[in-house]
Design a protein around this ligand. Structure first.
Ligand SMILES: [Zn+2]
Length: 197
């Protein structure tokens, strides 16, 4: 169970408990009355397919060195963010308050409503479309999902989606490696992993 005080705190501050705060300048206010009613799952790795470095934080904080890797030149100057990143070991880094509008979805549509950034929370898994995610990531994502579902009850299991589902043909993440049925099982059978961390 998630305590009432935890839910109240999340609704007031937008900060996930146990997350390292690494503020990104890439966010804005949500439009008046937009509400928070969708959770979007993404993946990212920088350089692609490599894990563990500081480059994702650098990218979301507009300080990625474009000369450090050929791929980085292709994304130089792109200003994006997500609310949080779950690393391979399950550690969570938060970039934007859940109350604010992070820049993760781009051109997108869910259930007929466009501009998903307005009303969604975006969570990145450190990973790639075809590389299995870690159990720590499934558990931590489920932990975060339970918290946001408690704080914003409009987010039911049917309103947890992948970036590829809201931007088909343009985005492929979290990819075939993301096991949705396993994630849904984690969501309904909490292990208590990090729940009060
Ligand atoms: Zn994405």
């Amino acid at each position: 169970m998630i305590s009432e005080s935890r839910i109240a705190s999340l609704r007031q501050t937008g900060r996930l408990s146990g997350a390292v705060w690494c503020p990104s300048p890439n966010f804005g206010p949500r439009p008046e009355g937009a509400g928070i009613s969708l959770l979007v799952v993404h993946n990212i790795s920088l350089p692609p397919g490599q894990f563990g470095g500081p480059e994702i934080q650098d990218f979301f904080c507009n300080r990625l060195d474009p000369t450090a890797h050929p791929y980085f030149e292709t994304i130089a100057g792109v200003q994006v963010s997500a609310h949080a990143l779950i690393r391979r070991d399950g550690k969570v880094i938060q970039f934007v308050s859940l109350l604010d509008r992070a820049w993760h979805a781009g051109r997108s549509c869910f259930d007929g409503r466009e501009e998903c950034n307005d009303f969604s929370i975006g969570i990145e898994l450190e990973g790639a479309d075809d590389i299995p995610y870690t159990e720590a990531q499934y558990q931590r994502l489920a932990d975060i999902a339970r918290q946001v579902m408690a704080a914003w009850p409009e987010i039911g299991p049917g309103r947890i989606t992948g970036h590829s589902d809201i931007a088909p043909g343009r985005k492929t993440d979290p990819g075939p490696a993301f096991d949705w049925s396993h994630f849904m099982a984690c969501l309904t059978a909490p292990r208590g992993f990090g729940e009060n961390a």
